[in-house]
Every structure is written in C-alpha cells, then in structure tokens.
Design a protein around this ligand. Structure first.
Ligand code: SF4
Ligand code: SF4
Length: 188
C-alpha cells in the first residue's frame, strides 16, 4: 500500500503530514543537488548550434557547375510537377542543350520537406542542405528566389544567364553556316 493511501486511510494527524512534507521536500532537494553537478545538456540556441546530421534535409540550394559556369538546372519542370504542394515555379531560359532558368522560385511556407522534388531531378540540380532557420516575423521571408537558392547567390545567377545566352547566340550564329554547308554538300 502506498504511503499516500496509508495516510488517507488513517485518522488525520498533522504531525504525520508535516513529517511527510519534510521528507518530500528533502527528496526534491536531493534530486536538485544531484543534477546541479551533472554536465549541462542544454543548448543555448541561437548562441550555440548543434551540428546537423550529414543527410539532414533542410533548406534548398541550386547547384553551381564550376566547369560549365552555370547552374545545372535546365528548367525541365520535373521537380515542380513532382511537388504535391505547388511550391516551385520557374522561368525557362533558352531551349535544347543550352536550356536553363532565369528565375526559380520556391514558396517554402507550403513546403513539407518531403524531398520529392530532389528525387525527381535528373540533372543533379537541386538539393536540400543543412540550413534550417526559416522562422521570421515577416510573411514574405518564406519566398525564396533564384538568387537565394543558387550556390553563389546573385553573382552565380548573373553568370548563369550570361553563359546560357552566350551559348545560345553561338548556336544561332553557327546555324546559317551549317545550313549552307549542308546545302553545298547536297548540290555537289
Ligand atoms: S520538398 Fe516536397 S513539398 Fe517541398 S518543394 Fe520539394 S516536393 Fe515540394
Ligand atoms: S531543378 Fe532539376 S527537375 Fe527542377 S527544373 Fe531544374 S533540372 Fe528540372
């Protein structure tokens, strides 16, 4: 039978209640004293940050390709189609082998961080990184544009557009010469 039950069943005795209160207080102080000397496990966020696991799925980034001097994204929209909550939209730039994007927007207020968009991308272009801080008092802060997402920020976006436009212009310039060459080959 528990001590409380025993006390309930016996006649009211103030001394018993007083001693019981003292014992309870003493037990509580023992627990406090013991924990006072234990190593602290509290993380003082945001002054301290614990490292996230290597495969953590946090905020997104668009991968910069140093060799090609452009983002890997070709604007195929497969990620947007795979997204169940309509988070992703983009503006495509160019077509064919030199296709890319001039804008890529993600409204992370609607994102479930399910990773389906990353899985759907066949061009190694979009990833989820270790950053996780999205809280803000501003509503528009969940809207990430291409410069917020691209590895390298504004500068990477500028170079990405420059590279794609240069390649498209070169392709366009090579077209008449190629057509004339083909026509010459036929008439011979
Ligand atoms: S993680 Fe899921 S919800 Fe978020 S953008 Fe990708 S597919 Fe959409
Ligand atoms: S991120 Fe990948 S799937 Fe999405 S548009 Fe770019 S290349 Fe296509």
């Amino acid at each position: 039978m528990s001590r409380q039950r025993a006390m309930r069943d016996t006649e009211y005795n103030p001394l018993v209640y007083f001693i019981d209160g003292l014992v309870t207080l003493f037990n509580g102080m023992v627990v406090t004293w013991r924990n006072l000397w234990r190593p602290k496990i509290t993380v003082r966020y945001p002054y301290q940050r614990r490292p996230v696991p290597p495969r953590y799925r946090g905020l997104f980034y668009l991968k910069w390709n140093e060799e090609k001097q452009r983002l890997n994204c070709v604007g195929c929209t497969l990620c947007a189609q795979a997204c169940p909550t309509d988070v992703i939209s983009m503006v495509k730039l160019g077509k064919g082998t030199h296709a890319g994007v001039s804008e890529f927007t993600m409204d992370l207020g609607r994102c479930m961080f399910c990773n389906l968009c990353v899985e759907a991308c066949p061009f190694d272009a979009i990833y989820m990184g270790p950053n996780y801080e999205l809280a803000s008092e501003r509503r528009d802060v969940s809207l990430f544009r291409i410069a917020d997402l691209a590895q390298g920020g504004e500068e990477a976006v500028r170079k990405n557009i420059e590279t794609i436009e240069r390649l498209l212009a070169e392709e366009e310039k090579a077209k008449p010469a190629h057509a004339a060459h083909a026509a010459g080959g036929q008439s011979e």
